[in-house]
Design a protein around this ligand. Structure first.
Ligand SMILES: Cc1cc2nc3c(=O)[nH]c(=O)nc-3n(C[C@H](O)[C@H](O)[C@H](O)COP(=O)(O)OP(=O)(O)OC[C@H]3O[C@@H](n4cnc5c(N)ncnc54)[C@H](O)[C@@H]3O)c2cc1C
Length: 128
């Protein structure tokens, strides 16, 4: 995978499209550097970088989405934080990573792992 691309997802394989439809996610660093460039220029570069995986002759339509705030810049190295004083109150989410998180960035997997860790801690506190 070129280092500019974070991942490529096949929306048909995910079951949300009847036709082959690829979403190409650029890295946060690449996206930030190209955020204010014109659409045709950005699309052309993404297609060029995707060529090893998607033949340009197979592309029938493209859409460019710019997702500001899609990724936390400084994730916490803790799966949740405890902020409750009189009652248990835990805060978690995709920006709360386990200390040994291999990816080191926000994603749906980190949100799930954070939720599981926070729930386990809550059960422990409430002795359920
Ligand atoms: C545009 C985009 C597309 C994505 N696509 C994918 C994908 O295809 N596959 C994938 O695996 N991941 C994808 N992700 C990543 C994934 O969506 C996130 O990692 C995940 O949703 C994070 O879960 P979370 O529970 O931490 O936060 P969120 O899902 O953002 O949930 C936070 C919730 O808190 C609520 N909230 C906020 N403030 C308050 C408040 N003051 N009071 C009460 N409620 C509040 C919000 O309304 C929201 O419901 C995508 C992310 C973005 C931005």
């Amino acid at each position: 995978m070129p280092r500019e691309i974070e991942r490529i997802a096949d929306q048909r394989q995910k079951g949300v499209s009847l036709v082959p439809s690829a979403s190409v996610y650029m890295t946060g660093d690449w996206a930030a550097r190209h955020f204010h460039h014109a659409d045709p220029e950005v699309i052309e570069q993404i297609i060029a970088l995707s060529t090893p995986f998607i033949a340009s002759t197979n592309i029938q339509a493209v859409q460019l989405k710019r997702w500001d705030y899609a990724e936390t810049a400084l994730p916490l190295r803790s799966p949740f934080i405890e902020v409750g004083v009189t009652h248990p109150l835990l805060v978690g989410g995709d920006a709360f990573l386990h200390a040994d998180d291999p990816a080191g960035r926000t994603r749906i997997e980190s949100a799930f792992l954070s939720g599981v860790a926070a729930a386990e801690r809550l059960f422990e506190k409430l002795r359920i």
